[in-house]
Design a protein around this ligand. Structure first.
Ligand code: SF4
Length: 505
């Protein structure tokens, strides 16, 4: 069997197509930032592993590459880590039966670069002198590469290429007595973003980085405590929402209840604003409001900032729908589903010939011509990364007979890559980092193009205006202002995230 990569507009830095024995397998992807992970934990429940699998299923949108669960039965830890979706791996009774115990944590993962490796699938586990320790991490440590080099040069043996493993090594080397003190010792040495769920012989621990870039919430299910990346996972398992794990907080869950620790100097929270734009599920509650309502507000702000004289508002499904509804409500222009999404587009597709490949975009999106033909339409989407999907969909609208196509994007232009756990292309692949507004309009072939302003998106999430001295959110993919040190990046041109770094592989 011969492999040949065929470069193209793929996901992240991966080639979009590979050729096997003359047949082309195209990984059909769309032009989105990708959140890398979802975490879940449950403490003191007889079906802990099954509940963890349900919670991960609800968080599948945060990572589709691989998933894992670690449980503890009072004597032994049990671990099951798999490539693929939760439903494909954890719906089998025999697998869940192996995950014994009343406490379990889980992780969904989406790989960014290089081949997917089972050794990078989380939760990661290690035996240390205080007992077993499992960790599931959402986010990215921006000094993990530097720490890893120091650890290896002082004799550490790394089992994976995941940044998260650095936390295990720092924890095992801590001289502190109690495991929670050791974890605090470890996270005091790391930079970047982390929402962690950890499991030891007798407690579950939840922790968020000092500015709380990635989300983490706590819930109650009868006598059990649940921790998850988003409230939609609490809803899935029937748990009542208690509160968010605050920025810089370490919460220890024991048989006696919750213990809150604050090992860091108090700092204002700066959660990632993109969770509101695209990453979080619309039914999740973040900062006391549903993501769906906030996205509608983004559409309302957008209609105020960049109105259009048109016949119909058409969302690019699914994530463009709430903003399009808001735009329609504010502008009074009717909302219609002018694009139908095929939810069954697999990851690979045999496309032996070029002329078939041209049809690629129609794999996922088809024009509803009764809505489009002869009309001037406003296409609403939540974000533009490379602009490739926007360009194809504008073309699709004209082919379906649209008179005019006006693009409206419910977030500001993405001009800077991410280092906090989001799969972003390199700066040179970001459309808005290379073209001005008119250049992007011409690239897409639209009659007009407008993005929501930074202050507009702040207003949509309930903040009157961005405070340039102390921004209330992490927003550097729009502003270029990174909220933490970027040790591993110093002197580097290309964005570098430790997970799956080729040079380490
Ligand atoms: S760059 Fe910042 S705002 Fe954008 S996705 Fe990453 S953490 Fe969020």
């Amino acid at each position: 069997m011969t492999f040949k990569t065929v470069s193209g507009e793929g996901l992240g830095n991966e080639p979009s197509s590979i050729e096997i024995d003359g047949l082309t397998f195209t990984r059909y992807g769309d032009d989105r930032l990708r959140e890398e992970c979802g975490v879940f934990g449950i403490f003191n429940h007889p079906d802990a592993a099954a509940i963890a699998a349900l919670g991960l299923h609800a968080l599948q949108h945060r990572g589709q590459e691989a998933c894992g669960i670690v449980s503890y039965d009072g004597r032994q830890f049990h671990s099951e880590r798999r490539m693929g979706l939760v439903g494909e791996n954890f719906s089998r009774a025999d697998v869940l039966a192996r995950l014994k115990g009343r406490m379990a944590i889980g992780h969904n993962r989406y790989s960014t670069t290089g081949e997917a490796m089972i050794r990078n699938v989380q939760p990661l586990f290690a035996d240390i002198d205080t007992g077993g320790f499992a960790v599931a991490h959402n986010g990215n440590l921006t000094n993990a590469l530097t720490l890893r080099r120091e650890l290896i040069s002082s004799g550490a043996i790394c089992q994976s290429t995941s940044d998260t493993e650095v936390i295990l090594h720092l924890l095992s080397r801590s001289k502190k007595r109690r495991v929670v003190e050791r974890l605090v010792d470890a996270i005091r040495q790391v930079e970047g973003s982390y929402a962690l769920v950890c499991l030891t012989n007798d407690v579950m621990i939840a922790a968020r980085d000092p500015i709380g870039i990635r989300p983490l919430v706590i819930g109650r299910l009868g006598v059990s405590y649940v921790v998850a990346s988003e409230t939609c996972a609490l809803d899935m398992v029937g748990a009542e929402f208690l509160r968010e794990v605050e920025n810089g907080e370490v919460v220890v869950i024991t048989d006696q209840g919750l213990e809150s620790h604050r090992p860091f100097p108090k700092r204002p929270a700066r959660p990632c604003i993109f969770e509101y734009i695209y990453f979080a599920r619309p039914d999740s509650i973040v900062g006391g409001r549903t993501v769906y309502d906030i996205r509608k507000q983004m559409g309302i702000q957008l209609a105020c900032e960049a109105p259009a004289n048109a016949d119909v508002i058409v969302p690019i499904p699914d994530s463009g729908v709430p903003a399009a509804i808001g735009f329609s409500q504010e502008s009074g222009i009717p909302f219609e589903l002018g694009i139908i999404r095929n939810h069954y587009v697999g990851r690979t597709f045999i496309e032996p010939e070029q002329r078939i490949r041209q049809l690629g975009v129609k794999l996922k999106h088809s024009a509803n011509s009764s809505v489009i033909r002869g009309n001037s339409i406003v296409l609403v989407d939540d974000s533009v990364v490379r602009g490739t999907t926007s360009k194809k969909i504008v073309q699709l609208m004209y082919e379906a007979g649209a008179r005019e196509v006006h693009m409206r994007i419910s977030s500001p232009p993405i001009t800077h890559p991410d280092f906090y756990g989001i799969d972003t292309p390199r700066k040179q692949d970001l459309l808005a980092a290379n073209l001005d507004l008119e250049g992007m309009r011409q690239f897409m072939g639209a009659d007009s193009l407008a993005f929501l302003s930074v202050n507009g998106i702040y207003r949509a999430v309930g903040v009157e205006a961005r405070d340039p001295r102390a921004p209330q959110f992490t927003d550097h993919c729009f502003t270029g202002e990174y909220p933490t040190e970027l040790t591993d990046q110093s002197g580097e041109s290309l964005p570098k995230q430790l997970s799956l770094l080729a040079e380490v592989g």
